[in-house]
Design a protein around this ligand. Structure first.
Ligand code: FAD
Length: 108
């Protein structure tokens, strides 16, 4: 079985970074690709219990792919649900905090 922690960190890094660089005004094609990516996870993610759990979350809260701000927040909220389930600290989903972590780095 996969190392669920290593896989999780790598996957969140990929997803949050992809959301951080997603366009402010995505084209219909870009929106469709993002929806495809998010809907593929529950079908393909190598931790099957994580995949099942995430699929339920995506059903309960359909992804907002309208632009990078909304998408980044949506993803942050889903990640926080997993954090809470695992007893981890939650993350502040304000755009500035998300950009600092996943796009711009800390201000100097
Ligand atoms: P991670 O949770 O991997 O976070 C990595 C970094 O992201 C953190 O260091 C922090 O800087 C940043 N971060 C934290 N929270 C947020 C947020 N809300 N928004 C933006 N950035 C944030 N593990 C299980 O045991 N059971 C599961 O059911 C499960 N489901 C998962 C479902 C998915 C879709 C994914 C991608 C992972 C899942 N995992 C699950 C793995 C789990 O979420 C963690 O990745 C793993 O436990 C390693 O945790 P970590 O403490 O290193 O930080």
């Amino acid at each position: 079985p996969p190392d669920v922690e290593v896989l999780g960190r790598a996957t969140w890094t990929f997803l949050h970074t992809t959301a951080a660089y997603y366009p402010e005004k995505p084209t219909p094609t870009q929106r469709a690709h993002m929806l495809g990516l998010l809907h593929a996870l529950p079908a393909l993610y190598a931790c099957s219990s994580c995949a099942e759990d995430f699929g339920e979350r995506v059903r309960a809260h359909p992804p907002d792919v309208s632009g990078r701000g909304a998408l980044s927040r949506w993803l942050c909220e889903r990640h926080n649900e997993v954090n809470e389930k695992l007893g981890k600290k939650t993350f502040d989903c304000a755009t500035e905090k998300l950009d600092e972590r996943w796009k711009d780095g800390p201000a100097d």
